[in-house]
Structures are given as structure tokens and as C-alpha cells.
Design a protein around this ligand. Sequence first.
Ligand code: AP5
Length: 215
Amino acid sequence: MKIVLLGPPGAGKGTLATALKESLGLLHISTGDILRVEMKNNTPLGQEAKRYVESGGLVPDELVTRLIKNKLESDPKAKKGFLMDGFPRTLKQAQDLDKILEELKTPVDWTLCLEASMSVVLQRLTGRRVCKNCGALYHIKNMPSQKEGICDKCGGNLYQRTDDNEATITNRMKVYVESTEPIIEYYKSQGKLKILNADQEAQAVKEIALKSLNG
Ligand code: AP5
């Protein structure tokens, strides 16, 4: 199954993708995660992406679309199905994704759009912690690690993303409304949109997602 996850920053796309990839055996592709690895390794791509990511703006379409095209063409697991998290983020990216998938003869099956209220999203983003080593997601209140600052899965150190501060979050929200929300209509017109209430706790969101995919 080929699934696109849509929703504002902090709605829980990464959390849901992690839960669904285990249940459905799909590849999780996150452009945010790919860009953060490039930035950590200080590659030319990472250096270019840094200023956009740290201000909460969007990395140019051409650059992220190239990343996704390479991933879809080179990773054999992608052919079996994927959960696309953080891509597409503009109408142009959505149209380009359709073209890439048309060439690969594997169109998107469903788009799950996570709807979350502003207060919930703010609380989630400001309390998020991420493992430096394996990328596992935590939240200081909602999903704390057993030992403060240490990943339960691999023992790595947890850190707070540089774009998880209030000023950058505000800009990310603005960018979401202006550039990404129009994609909802794009998938709706294709009959591929399912809307989920993401204000609930993570297990409940996973359950309604599975139910809507099976229904
Ligand atoms: P990206 O990493 O994709 O960030 P985002 O879209 O802003 O989404 P987040 O990762 O912040 O949130 P999420 O919805 O995944 O929530 P999560 O599951 O972590 O992108 C970062 C930047 O990269 C962009 O700003 C841009 O610059 C660039 N970029 C990326 N893709 C791009 C593209 N295609 N084009 C151009 N630029 C691009 O959950 C958040 C927190 O809440 C966690 O702590 C979690 O534990 C907790 N939580 C999650 N769900 C629940 C729940 N149901 N109940 C309670 N707590 C929950």
C-alpha cells in the first residue's frame, strides 16, 4: 500500500508512520529525517537545506523531489509500499510525486490527513524529544522515555530539534496553511483522501487509521 501522510507540524505524522510501518510492513520515508541526516553529516545538500529548515521555511521543491525520486527508484522496499511523511508539501511536489509514481507504475493508494488543533500541536512540538542515534520520538509528558534524556530503544541521547522553538513553529504553521493545505483538495479530487482526528492519544490515532484503511 502506498500512503501519503498529511497534517500540520506536530500533528503526529512521524509517530503514526512509526506505528503503521510495523503493523503494515511498509517503508517509512520522511523528508524531514533525510534532511536532518544530511545536515548532521554537513553534506553540500545538508548545508543548503539548513537555512530553510532552521527558519521553518520550505527547502526548494526541486531539491526534495530529487531526494524522493532517488529513494523510490533505488530502495527495493519502496516497491512493496511506503508511508510518505512530510512529502509532498506543495502542489508542485504532489504533481511531481504522481509523475514519478506513474513511471514506476505504483500510484498513491490513500492520503491520511491528520487534523490537530493549534494548542495540541504547540504542546506536542515544544515537548518533543528525538533520539540522536536512532531517531525514535518521545515527548516529555505524553511519551516520556523511562530514563530522562536517554532513548529506551538504543540508549542514545535525546535532543530537542532546533526548529522546535515557538518562533520557528509559528512560521512552520504559516507555511503549512499557505503551501501544504491546498494539497488536501488535490487528493480529495482524486478520491484518495481520508481525514483523521489526531487530537486523540497515539494508540487511538493508530486504530482509526487502520480502520479507515481497511474500511
Ligand atoms: P518535518 O520533519 O517533516 O517536520 P513537520 O512536518 O513540521 O512535522 P513534525 O516532524 O514537526 O511533526 P509530526 O507531525 O511528524 O509529529 P511527531 O510524530 O514528531 O520537516 C522539518 C523541516 O524540513 C520543514 O520545516 C522544512 O524546512 C523541511 N522539509 C521537510 N520536508 C520538506 C518538503 N517536502 N519540502 C520542503 N521542505 C521540507 O509528533 C510530535 C510530538 O508529539 C512528539 O513528541 C510525539 O511524541 C508527540 N505525539 C505525536 N502524536 C501524539 C498523540 N497522538 N498524542 C500525544 N502525543 C503525540
